[in-house]
Design a protein around this ligand. Structure first.
Ligand code: GMT
Length: 375
């Protein structure tokens, strides 16, 4: 198949999933065309059967808000025609599904067979898509897609209840990991300097937006640090980084909280972590949690959104009432202070991630989804 993939190419789970899906599909013999405003961050410079088409938004003094959605639709239209694509698979509904719909309308006379498939990832449904300024067009674009997937059962249910979309069939295809990459045994210890004296490593990885509750991450860690010699490693960047830094200072733990900023490859870091913290109130899936579990890192998070579909409470980590910082700290201390329990949880986490979310099986589900759409 010849497949166009559009996603947010910079930091973020949906872009990571879309890029890794494209790479895996190319390895299976498909031809992949990324149509994005920047080279996707997880895409190495050259791989066989993978092409990158940059969307250039023309500047003009009149454009206070350059129309990216239109430039994207035009590029999609052009790439479909030039490379004879079979389908456009867009990740994150806004504005990608809308641009793909425009491209498909433009292609109607010449390529009436082109299919538009949309994968819903999270805040396109739970936050941004429900904003009154986007709600009608999000609903419209979902309903106009030729095929839809959601990354969790939670997100599927949320889409149907928030948008109606009763005529739309939404398949659940979960996110995935490459077991060869997320493998604890493969990497050298990363934090020897910070962990001299055998301090435990707690870790958080995100885009530091308010929904991630990075202030709570620091609060949980500060409570843990009172009982267990440990450090907190914060990977990523975003609007709430300063909030987390302030909280670390306010709680007197800034010497043992390390902000590493945005990093492309997180697997080697996860391999040195003892616990992963993800207190987001409504995480549709939690790709970073899955990557942690696959690396044998138990996850402490909120029992909300799609996270319970990824982290099995009491089996591969612990899920607490959302916003319960004390409860999450308590769960973290219980795991870190019992080595036998940590070992069992870590082993189960890696095994369960491989069992339910291995790349090969999930990429096969996407291939079957494409084949059904093209029938
Ligand atoms: O929706 C977002 O917040 C952005 C999106 C992204 O691009 O990182 O994250 C969502 O998609 C990820 C990949 O499917 C999921 O793992 C995240 O749980 C989800 N984020 C939220 O639901 C907050």
């Amino acid at each position: 198949m010849k497949i166009g993939i559009t996603c947010y190419p910079t930091y973020g789970g949906s872009g990571a999933v879309a890029t890794e899906l494209g790479i895996a599909l190319a390895q299976r013999g498909h031809e992949i065309h990324f149509i994005t405003y920047q080279q996707p961050f997880r895409l190495p410079s050259f791989l066989p059967r993978i092409y990158f088409h940059e969307v250039d938004v023309g500047r003009y003094p009149l454009f206070e808000y350059p129309p990216y959605d239109l430039a994207l639709a035009v590029r999609m239209h052009e790439v479909v025609l030039t490379h004879k694509l079979d389908l456009l698979h867009v990740h994150y509904a806004i504005p990608h599904a809308t641009s793909a719909w425009i491209a498909r309308e433009m292609l109607a006379p010449t390529r009436p067979d082109i299919k538009v498939l949309t994968t819903l990832h999270g805040t396109d449904i739970t936050i941004v898509g429900q904003d009154p300024s986007f709600f009608p067009i999000t609903k419209f674009s979902i309903e106009k897609s030729d095929g839809l997937t959601a990354v969790s059962q939670f997100l599927r249910t949320e889409t149907l209840s928030a948008f109606g979309c009763t005529g739309s069939r939404i398949e659940v295809i979960p996110n995935f990991i490459d077991p060869a990459v997320y493998n604890r045994a493969r990497y050298e210890p990363a934090f020897r300097h910070q962990t001299a004296g055998n301090r435990k490593v707690l870790m958080h990885i995100s885009n530091f937006r308010p929904v991630k509750r990075v202030k709570d991450v620091v609060g949980i860690y500060a409570r843990v640090a009172e009982r267990i010699p440990s450090v907190l490693v914060m990977v990523g960047d975003g609007p709430d980084r300063v909030v987390a830094e302030q909280e670390a200072r306010a709680l007197g733990v800034s010497d043992s909280v390390f902000f590493l900023g945005k990093l492309e490859s997180v697997a080697p870091l996860l391999a040195s972590a003892d616990l992963f913290l993800l207190p987001t109130v409504a995480e549709s899936f939690g790709l970073s949690a899955l990557e942690a579990l696959a690396t044998g890192v138990p996850v402490i998070g909120a029992n909300a959104g799609g996270l319970p579909e990824v982290v099995l409470d009491g089996v591969t980590g612990a899920l607490c009432v959302p916003e319960d910082v004390d409860g999450m700290a308590h769960a973290a201390i219980a795991l870190l202070s019992d080595q036998a329990r940590w070992d069992e949880t870590s082993t189960r986490a890696a095994a369960d991630a491989r069992d339910r979310f291995a790349m090969d099986a999930v990429v096969g589900q996407y291939e079957a989804f494409y084949e059904r759409a093209l029938l």
